[in-house]
Design a protein around this ligand. Sequence first.
Ligand SMILES: O=c1ccn([C@H]2C[C@H](O)[C@@H](COP(=O)(O)OP(=O)(O)OP(=O)(O)O)O2)c(=O)[nH]1
Length: 143
Amino acid sequence: MKIRIKYFKENMEKLTYVDGKSDWIDLRSAENVTMKAGEFRLIPLGVAMELPKGYEAHVVPRSSTFKNFGIIQTNHMGVIDESYCGDGDQWFFPAYALRDTEIHEGDRICQFRIMEHQPQICFEETDQLGHEDRGGHGSTGRK
Ligand SMILES: O=c1ccn([C@H]2C[C@H](O)[C@@H](COP(=O)(O)OP(=O)(O)OP(=O)(O)O)O2)c(=O)[nH]1
């Protein structure tokens, strides 16, 4: 599947798969970023894309992101809408720093994959669903 991509800087590393890893694709910080503990920043990822029709993209941290940079992604998972495809629609990573940290331009801070939209849902209201209760939070126990 082909995706049209615009890079915001000429010397940026192009997006690619990491050999033998998975089909998630790493994204890089497009800037040098210095953050103090407790600071919030939208870190630009240096790319905009025209996603395939019927798809959205999901952006999550890498498993090493917190260990390497001391940041967490404030929305936990970023959803890139198909309509976010303008020339200025640069992807970003909303970061909260838990310690003073430095992220360098080109550092791989998160990863994404594309996902097909869910089918369109319409809600049908009812007083009874007519099934047995499954039980609440933690109801199947610990072991
Ligand atoms: O982590 C993220 C989350 C969102 N976006 C971009 C893509 C997305 O399509 C757009 C808007 O995001 P969203 O719809 O989640 O935010 P909103 O606050 O609801 O914005 P809007 O008012 O545009 O709907 O911002 C990112 O680049 N990274």
